[in-house]
Design a protein around this ligand. Structure first.
Ligand code: NAD
Length: 428
C-alpha cells in the first residue's frame, strides 16, 4: 500500500522536527507569559476537530489511486474556521494541525473574526494533470461538504493551490447545496467574487511588515539587500513589491535551486523568463545559479524564507548573515534557530504577523462577498495595510513592555485574545 494512502501518522525519523510540537511550545510560552489557566491551555492545545478522508482518484491512464486528505479545525472561538488548503508531498496530519493552530493566533492577532483551520493532501501537484487535480479537488470538497461553508469553515489557497482550485471548491460546494455560494472560499477568481489585491496580499503584507521594522531601525527599503527563498505566490509577490519600493532583490529560489545577482534581479523580467521557460528559473542569463542552502547564507540585510517549514535550523543558523529574518512561510525557522538568531540581535519577524496579509485580504474578500459590494484595489490595499501596521505596532509595544521577542509578543497577543473570548463565551 502506498504510504500516502495512510492517514499520515507515520513514525517520524529521529531528525524530524514535529511542527505540531513546535506550535504547542509557542503556545505554552505564551500561556506562561499570560499566566493562563491550565484548563484553557489544554483546550487551546488541541484541534477542535481533525478530519481525514480517503479520496479515490481515477488517473488519466485509468488507474485508481486513493489519497488521504486532511482538514483540521483548531478553534472557532472568534468566528468561522479559516485556513488554506495545501498540496505538497510533505503534508501530514501533524503539519496540518500545527498550521491550523497558527491560523487561530494569526486571525486573533490581526483582529479579524475568524478561527483557525488548515487542510491538505500529500501530493506533488506538478505530477498530476489539470483534469486529475480537478477531480481530486472536487472529490475532496465532496468529502468535506458538511464541514465547510461560508459561516462554518472557509478554505483558501496555500502551497500548491491557487484561485483555480478555489473555483473548483466553490462550484462543487454550490452544486451540492443547490445555489451559488461564493463565500465558501476566499482567494477565488475575480469572475466569481474574488477580491482585487488578494493574489499579491501575502507578499504585500511581508513588504509592509519589513518596511515598518526597518523604519523602527531608522532605515527605509531603498537600497536594502533582500534574499528570498521560494518564488511562488508569496515569494514572487514580495520580490516584486520589494523591488518596486527600491530594495535590491539579490537572490530568489524555487525547489529546483536559486539565482543570485549582486546588483539585484529584475523581477518582472525574471517572471517573464519563467513564463517562457515552463515556470523554471534555471538558465536565467542575468544571474548566477545558487543552491537554496547558499541563498540562506548570503550576506544581505533582509532574508525572507517564503517556501517551507524548518528551513533555518540549528544546523545552518550560525551561517545566516541577515540582520532581519522575515517569516513569509509558516514556521520556516525552528524554535532553537529563532532563539539563536534573537540572541545575536537579529530581528525575527514571526510568521503569524509577517505573512498575515493573505488572511486579512481573505477577510476583506469575505466581507465584500457578504455585502455584495466590491471595492477597488486601492481600498483593499489601504484597509489591509491599516490592519497590518496596527498589528505590527501592537507587537512592538508588547515586546517592549514585557522585554520579550517579537514572536512571543505576537503569540501572547493572539493567544490572549482567544483565551479571553473563550472565557467570555464559557464552557458547557
Ligand atoms: P507556492 O506553492 O505558490 O510557492 C512555494 C514556492 O516554494 C515555490 O517557488 C516552490 O518552488 C518553492 N519551494 C518548494 N520546495 C522548496 C524547497 N525545498 N526549497 C526552496 N524552495 C522550495 O506557495 P505559497 O502560497 O507561495 O506559500 C509559501 C509559504 O507561504 C507556505 O509556507 C505557505 O503556508 C505560506 N503562506 C502562504 C499564503 C498565501 O496566501 N499563499 C499565506 C500565508 C502563508
Amino acid at each position: 500500500m502506498n504510504s500516502t494512502s495512510l492517514f499520515s501518522l507515520e513514525t517520524p525519523s529521529p531528525a524530524y522536527i514535529c511542527p505540531f510540537d513546535q506550535a504547542c511550545s509557542y503556545l505554552e510560552a505564551a500561556a506562561k507569559e499570560l499566566r493562563l489557566d491550565l484548563g484553557i491551555l489544554e483546550i487551546l492545545s488541541r484541534p477542535r476537530k481533525a478530519i481525514t478522508v480517503s479520496i479515490p482518484l481515477k488517473l488519466d491512464n485509468g488507474d485508481v489511486r486513493v489519497l488521504a486528505g486532511h482538514r483540521v479545525q483548531h478553534s472557532d472561538v472568534l468566528g468561522p474556521y479559516k485556513g488554506g488548503i495545501r498540496y505538497h508531498p510533505a503534508v501530514t496530519l501533524r503539519e496540518v494541525s500545527a498550521l491550523a493552530m497558527l491560523m487561530t493566533w494569526k486571525c486573533a492577532l490581526l483582529g479579524i473574526p475568524f478561527g483557525g483551520a488548515k487542510g491538505g493532501i500529500a501530493i506533488d501537484p506538478k505530477k498530476y494533470s489539470v483534469g486529475e487535480l480537478e477531480r481530486l479537488t472536487r472529490r475532496f470538497t465532496n468529502e468535506l461538504i458538511k464541514d465547510i461553508g461560508p459561516s462554518v469553515d472557509i478554505p483558501a489557497p496555500d502551497m500548491g493551490t491557487s484561485a483555480r482550485e478555489m473555483a473548483w471548491i466553490m462550484d462543487t460546494y454550490s452544486k451540492n447545496v443547490g445555489h451559488a455560494v461564493p463565500g465558501v472560499v476566499t482567494g477565488k477568481p475575480l469572475s466569481i467574487g474574488g477580491s482585487l489585491g488578494r493574489e499579491m496580499a501575502t507578499g504585500r503584507g511581508v513588504m509592509i511588515i519589513t518596511r515598518e521594522a526597518l523604519s523602527d531601525l531608522g532605515k527605509s527599503l531603498k537600497g536594502v539587500r533582500v534574499a528570498i527563498q521560494g518564488f511562488g505566490n508569496v515569494g514572487s509577490a514580495a520580490a516584486h513589491l520589494f523591488q518596486e519600493a527600491g530594495a535590491k532583490v539579490i537572490a530568489v529560489s524555487t525547489g529546483a535551486g536559486g539565482l543570485y545577482a549582486e546588483t539585484g534581479l529584475d523581477i518582472p523580467n525574471l517572471k517573464a523568463y519563467m513564463l517562457e521557460n515552463g515556470k523554471s528559473l534555471l538558465g536565467y542569463p542575468q544571474a548566477k545559479p545558487i543552491s537554496n542552502e547558499e541563498l540562506l547564507q548570503l550576506p544581505c540585510d533582509v532574508l525572507v524564507p517564503a517556501a517551507l517549514e524548518n528551513q533555518i535550523t540549528e544546523d545552518n543558523v550560525n551561517a545566516v548573515k541577515a540582520a532581519i529574518v522575515v517569516e513569509a512561510a509558516n514556521s520556516p525557522v525552528t524554535i532553537q534557530a529563532s532563539l539563536s538568531l534573537e540572541s545575536r540581535g537579529v530581528t525575527v519577524l514571526p510568521d503569524i504577523l509577517a505573512n498575515a496579509g493573505g488572511v486579512v485580504v481573505s477577510y476583506l474578500e469575505w466581507v465584500q462577498g457578504l455585502s455584495y459590494l466590491f471595492w477597488d484595489e486601492e481600498r483593499v490595499n489601504r484597509e489591509m495595510e491599516k490592519l497590518m501596521v496596527q498589528a505590527y505596532r501592537h507587537v512592538v509595544e508588547k515586546a517592549q513592555q514585557r522585554q520579550i521577542s517579537f514572536r512571543l509578543a505576537a503569540y501572547t497577543l493572539g493567544v490572549g485574545r482567544v483565551a479571553e473570548a473563550l472565557g467570555d463565551r464559557g464552557l458547557y
